[in-house]
Every structure is written in C-alpha cells, then in structure tokens.
Design a protein around this ligand. Structure first.
Ligand code: PLP
Length: 378
C-alpha cells in the first residue's frame, strides 16, 4: 500500500464539525441531551418522515425496527442475499428466521418476483436493501407486502438522500433504517436512525433504546421526578449528544456531497463506457445516492488478480458482498446451501466496488479507471 491509498469510502470531517463537537463537550449534556432530538428532527425533515429515532448504530436501528414490529421466534423475514450481514442478523437477534431472496442481475437489488416466491404462512416482514445507493422497486414491493399483510422495512444504510419516482427514501417503506458509520454518506462515528410514520412504533423504539424504560434521564430531570418504570426488555442503544452534534453538522453538507458523488459516478460511467467492466444499471425513475460504485468484471478476467493489482497501486477496491447465507454462521445455523440464490452467487463471483467518496476528484477517477483497464488486460 502507498501513502496515497484511496479507500472505497471514507469520512470528510472539517473545522465546523470539530467546533460543533467541542461545543457539546463544554455543555451539560454529553448524552440524552438536546442534540439527540435536534438530529432526529433534522433527519425527519430531510427525509420527509414524521418521526425519527436515533440509536447507537445502523445495526441497533435494524434490531429496534424488528422488535417494534413484533418479530419473534417462529417468524420469517425475507431479506436479500446480497447485503451486509447486519440486515439478516437483526432478524436472528429476535429469534426469528431470515429467508434469503435473490437479486436482479443488472442492479443487484432484491427481485420482487423472488420475494413473492419465498412468502410462507410464517412470513411477517420484508427488509429491502437499497444496495449501493439505489432505492429498490418500492411500488412493486409495497403492493406485494400490502397484499400479503407484511411489514415493509427499508434498510437504507446505503441510500440516505436517494429518491424513487420523486419520493425521498424514508417515505417509501413502513420503517426506514440509516447508518452513520464513517463509510456512509454522513457520519457520527457510530450511529443509526429509524424513520417511521407511526407514532406508536416510534415510541416503542425510543423505549427499546433505553432498556425498555418509559422516560429518559433528562425527561425525569425536567419533570422533577425520580420514578420510572421498565415496561419491556430493552437495550442500551442510545447515541450521544457528542455524536449527534457531528451528525447535525455533517447533514448540512449532505446535499453538496450527493451532487459530488453523482458527478464522480457519471465520470466513472463515461471513462468505463468502452471497457469490459459493466457498472450496475440505475433505473431511470430513481435518484441514486451512490454509496458504492459497483461493476462486474468479464468472465475471462481473474478478479483476484485485478483486486491485488489495484491494491498494489493503492486503490481500495472491495467486494460487497458475499451472499449472507454463505457465511459459515448461516450455513451452520440455517443449513443454507450453494444454489439458494443463483443470481446472487453469480454476481458475487464477478463484482468489484471502485472507490467513491466525497474526498475524491475526477483526476482520481481517471487514474483508477486507467489502472483498472490495465489490470483487466494483464
Ligand atoms: C452499514 C450497514 C449496516 C449497519 O450499520 P452499522 O451502523 O455499521 O451498524 C446495515 N445494513 C447495511 C446495508 C449497511 O451498509
């Protein structure tokens, strides 16, 4: 690796962000303070969702969502084969069973036809994943879940700021989950959020992130009371004010960063047009948030050689993701076998993520493409 290593994703933190965090460090509330509610309101306003609940990670957000909708032992939840493991893990946390659905070949988004095939009398919910930043086909998924009386959850950890047919991510499913890990669009270090249009579900998740207790420390202090009740079993999934101050400051920059990502992706598209590397398709009715820039290598090319050559030149290419059910844990737990989702397995063999982050410029894209084409020809 060289000192000019270009990672596939990384945060951009400036002096405004640092100043915002320092202000909180000097204030009375490091956690459960006013910044948490401000960050929730800002994300709700940005996405157009009525309620937002901030938690300690995207994974905690998925868990809170599964808990709030009452997923439990004996239930099945359909998840795409190609996603980060946390999507399926959240189903396992609740003692339920993730059922893997295959993906569409050109977008790697969950295939609604295959989702329909995997519905059983035990199915309770579907988690759609907006892979790489592109919203799933929500009109079809909505129709399917409404018809079968299932809850539709969006794992939108890749797609904060994306749109589907003119509607923002956050308003397309019953519950929508975001992550603020440093590789995502905006960061709080670690952090997550659920947006929802149901006040009751929001309340359940607020309690769930705080041990299942009905009020938090600040609410009791404001009311001048010590008494509280634990109403259900919850966790400590709280996010700090220090983190939310960073998130609020980062959110100011998100619109410009989304434009930047789109421009970088368009530059990749252009430079790669005549190459044998095939970028994922973006549907004409979506605004892609471009968390990742993913494409497919031709069959004749050895991905390991390309990967090693790129890494040797300091280019942080990556592979997102091994089909979740092929992880040893899921093979053992669910007895999942090769061939369960053929498109996902086929795609997994050929895909490569090229670096895409708001610290890059067009010169970097040109260099990456030049190195990629060289590596594919070796
Ligand atoms: C990042 C991510 C998560 C988990 O988020 P954390 O904040 O890292 O816990 C879940 N699902 C997907 C698709 C992700 O990319």
């Amino acid at each position: 690796m060289t000192s000019s290593f270009i990672p596939y994703g990384r945060q951009l933190v400036d002096e405004d962000d640092i100043a915002a965090v320092i202000d909180v460090l000097r204030s009375d509330w490091l956690t459960t303070g006013p910044c948490v509610a401000q960050f929730e309101e800002a994300i709700a306003a940005f996405t157009g969702a009525p309620f937002a609940v901030a938690v300690s990670s995207g994974t905690a957000a998925l868990h809170a969502a599964m808990h709030a909708i009452g997923i439990g032992p004996g239930d099945e939840v359909i998840v795409p084969a190609i996603t980060f493991a946390a999507t399926a893990n959240a189903v396992m946390f609740q003692g339920a069973t993730p059922v893997f659905a295959d993906i569409e070949e050109d977008t790697l988004l969950v295939d609604p036809t295959d989702v329909e095939r995997r519905i059983t009398p035990r199915t309770r919910a579907v988690i759609a994943v907006d892979y790489a930043g592109q919203p799933c086909n929500y009109d079809v998924l909505r129709q399917l879940t409404e018809y079968n009386n299932l809850t539709l959850v969006a794992d939108s950890c890749h797609s904060l700021g994306a749109e589907y047919k003119g509607r923002k991510v956050g308003t397309l499913a019953d519950l929508t989950v975001f992550s603020f890990h440093p590789v995502k669009h905006i960061t709080t270090g670690e952090g997550g959020m659920i947006v929802v249009d149901d006040a009751g579900l929001a309340e359940k998740m607020r309690s769930f992130r705080n041990h299942g207790i009905s009020t938090d420390h600040r609410q009791r202090e404001l009311r001048g009371t010590w008494y509280y009740e634990m109403q259900q079993l919850g966790y400590n999934y709280r996010i700090t004010d220090i983190q939310c101050a960073l998130g609020l400051s980062q959110l100011n920059k998100l619109p410009a960063w989304l434009c930047k990502r789109k421009e970088l992706a368009a530059t990749y598209d252009e430079y790669l047009r005549d190459s044998s590397f095939t970028p994922l398709a973006t549907r004409p009715y979506v605004q892609n948030a471009y968390h990742l820039y993913v494409g497919r290598l031709p069959l004749a090319v050895d991905r390991n050689l390309v990967f090693q050559s790129m890494r040797h030149h300091g280019i942080g290419v990556n592979v997102h993701y091994l089909p979740v059910y092929l992880h040893p844990y899921y093979r053992q737990k669910l007895g999942a076998k090769d061939g369960l989702c053929p498109q996902a397995e086929k795609a997994y063999e050929r895909i490569l993520s090229l670096p895409l982050n708001q610290t890059m410029d067009e010169t970097a894209v040109e260099r990456i493409v030049r190195l990629l084409i060289g590596a594919m020809e070796q």
